[in-house]
Design a protein around this ligand. Structure first.
Ligand SMILES: Cc1cc2nc3c(=O)[nH]c(=O)nc-3n(C[C@H](O)[C@H](O)[C@H](O)COP(=O)(O)OP(=O)(O)OC[C@H]3O[C@@H](n4cnc5c(N)ncnc54)[C@H](O)[C@@H]3O)c2cc1C
Length: 597
């Protein structure tokens, strides 16, 4: 059975050569993130992922989380213990504010660490991931008193957090939220309503769960401008931060799902027994605005889930392909392992190349987030923020969609055994399926990309990123050999295709919004493929520099160049076809009336 091993060399390469770890570690407050410290952190995380989380992945899938008659939820064998170890080792507060017990490390470091958790055990990691969202909300707009009361225990992991947005009638469209929040004389609120699909809405990891809940006050205007954000603890918290009375929020059921079985997805009832006590976060009616700020990081994390699961599926498929004996290798005598078959090689390399491209764009975006927060120069902060905001829907949308393809191919490499649960390939395929849906479906990411991220500034940010891509051509031109010639040629067709699509999108969004929306997901895919190709080309250039310097690890660097060339030959030609689909298919997408379906 294949074991997960974090690809540390690759991760360190992407962090240093593409994402600029050295520069990030010089930002104010990140002085502790020097390359050797970061390498040591990653090595420790890799050990935890392999030794503790990975062995539980299949246990979690088979046992699943269970709701007991008293409304409590039991997580699968070993998960609570793993969570305690996770918190004891300080992983929960890696990037969090040191004022509340966190370690204040860069997002870039956390990106690599998070990728490991997602790869080793996605269902486990959803609990800490959701807690991060709650911490962020309280830190962003909570009062000083709320921060002191809730943050230290959320940062340590003693308490967990959740995000309660979805209701039966309010999924992608949160303007339809109906949960009511009624003001009380003491300044608190009482909440009434039902939330569905709440990840880790109830569990046995922690003594308390701090729910962040979207609801409407009685005087709130209709629509998006009438939603407020509340803290609703499972147990009320006394002034001395000890645990008080049980609050009126109860888990009425948990869902039976395709994958991530160990992660309890709860239906939570608020206020069935007199009202759930809640505390307003920030100002009334600004809840959705706060959510959008926080969603950047949550969406980014889900993109990383795509990277993690893709890496895990690839490792499992590669291990199987080296063991499975079947058929005669083309042009040879006797039998061999399936990795000798060119089509199996194609599958494995496509998994690997896509995963490397996904990781690269994700880590580069993480570094931009760090710079957006900490760069001493205001203009640089603004530039990095604009880049990160453009990239977030691409990281979320493209990395999660590509992960489907990769998990699918992982099953295919296994043949019939891929369809049988005991190999583990099927679990990746099932687990991966949710990531294109939660934190906003791919369609919602694409709406964000075409509207807020492209059309709103007239394509200015998009075109400046494209200008950076074009600048790479000169460097690629200086390299010799067939590999760089292929990379340069394909990249030189992809970038103008993207440029034309951006120009089309800016114009079309303004005058024919339905056609623009019909092209939104292909447009997102075009961005993913091209930015992936950009980073793969940069990786090849960095590898060539190392090879020329005669350093060690020549095999690793040669493989990087070969993989970048494969990506260019195999994936980048799709960009030109996508551009055509974007610019022409709108009319045919909308040709049939609803009743014709
Ligand atoms: C396992 C799991 C865990 C979850 N965890 C949480 C959680 O912790 N907290 C939480 O609040 N929610 C959670 N969710 C809910 C999740 O975020 C929603 O399911 C998701 O946002 C989609 O909403 P929906 O299911 O209502 O689908 P719908 O909004 O009904 O979407 C159905 C389809 O229509 C498309 N669509 C809808 N609107 C548009 C549009 N404007 N433009 C283009 N296409 C559109 C969608 O892309 C999709 O293909 C979870 C869901 C699951 C299944």
């Amino acid at each position: 059975m294949s074991q997960y091993h974090a690809p540390l060399k690759e991760m360190n390469f992407v962090m240093t050569e593409l994402a600029g770890l050295e520069q990030v570690s010089k930002l104010p407050g990140f002085e502790d993130a020097a390359a050797d410290t970061v390498a040591a952190i990653l090595a420790e995380a890799a050990k935890f992922a392999t030794d503790v989380l990975d062995p539980l992945n299949v246990v979690g899938d088979r046992e699943g989380a269970r709701r007991l008659d008293d409304g409590s939820v039991r997580t699968p064998t070993g998960f609570k213990d793993a969570y305690e170890q996770y918190c004891a080792n300080g992983w929960n507060g890696l990037t969090k504010n040191p004022d509340f017990g966190g370690q204040g490390l860069p997002q870039l470091v956390s990106a690599a660490v998070e990728e490991m958790w997602h790869a080793a055990n996605l269902a486990f990691d959803l609990c800490p991931m959701l807690t991060q969202g709650a911490i962020e909300a309280i830190e962003l707009v909570g009062t000083e008193e709320q921060k002191q009361r809730f943050l230290p225990k959320l940062v340590s992991g003693e308490w967990a957090g959740t995000m309660n947005l979805t209701e039966a009638q309010a999924g992608s469209d949160l303007a339809a939220v109906r949960t009511r929040a009624v003001p009380q004389p003491d300044g608190s609120y009482k909440l009434y309503g039902q939330k569905i699909f709440i990840t880790y809405g109830e569990h046995d990891y922690t003594d308390n769960i701090i729910h962040l809940v979207l609801a409407r006050t009685p005087t709130a205007p209709e629509g998006v401008k009438g939603i407020s954000l509340f803290i609703v603890p499972k147990f009320l918290v006394n002034a001395d931060v000890s645990i008080g009375a049980r609050n009126d929020v109860h888990c009425v059921s948990i869902e039976h799902k395709l994958g991530i079985h160990a992660s309890p997805t709860a239906v939570l009832a608020y206020g069935d027994h007199g009202g759930a006590v809640g505390y307003l976060v920030g100002e009334e009616n600004r809840g959705l605005e706060y959510m959008f700020i926080m969603m950047n990081l949550a969406r980014f994390s889900v993109g990383l889930e795509g990277v993690g699961i893709a890496e895990r599926a690839y490792q499992r498929a590669a291990a199987y392909a080296k063991e499975r004996v079947q058929g005669r290798p083309v042009g040879e005598k006797g039998t061999g392992t399936i990795i000798e078959h060119p089509d199996v090689r194609r599958m494995l390399l496509s998994m690997r190349a896509q995963t490397e491209a996904m990781r690269a764009i994700a880590y580069v975006t993480a570094a931009a987030l760090d710079n957006a927060h900490r760069h001493p120069d205001a203009d640089a902060r603004k530039r990095h923020q604009a880049f990160a905001e453009l990239m977030i829907p691409i990281v979320k949308g493209w990395c999660t969609e590509s992960a489907q393809e990769i998990a699918y191919t992982g099953v295919q490499v296994h043949g019939g055994m891929g369809y049988i649960e005991e190999t583990g390939a099927a679990q990746h395929y099932r687990d991966a399926r949710i990531i294109t849906i939660y934190e906003g479906t791919t369609g919602i990411q694409a709406n964000d990309l075409i509207g807020r991220k492209t059309a709103r500034d007239g394509g200015k940010t998009a075109q400046s990123v494209i200008a950076d891509m074009r600048a790479l051509d000169a460097e690629l031109g200086k390299q010799k050999g067939a590999e760089f010639a292929a990379i340069r040629t394909q990249f030189a067709s992809a970038v103008p295709a993207l440029k034309e699509a951006v120009e089309w999108m800016v114009v079309t969004y303004g005058k024919d919004a339905r056609a623009a929306h019909a092209a939104s997901v292909p447009y997102l895919k075009l961005w993913g493929l091209t930015t992936g190709g950009w980073q793969m080309a940069r990786a090849a250039l960095a590898a060539a520099k190392h090879l020329a310097g005669g350093k060690t690890d020549a095999d690793f660097y040669r493989a990087k160049i070969a993989t970048a060339r494969f990506y260019a030959d195999y994936f980048l030609p799709q960009t030109v076809a996508l551009k055509h689909a974007i610019m022409t298919a709108g009319e045919s997408v909308l040709a049939l009336a609803a009743e014709q379906f």
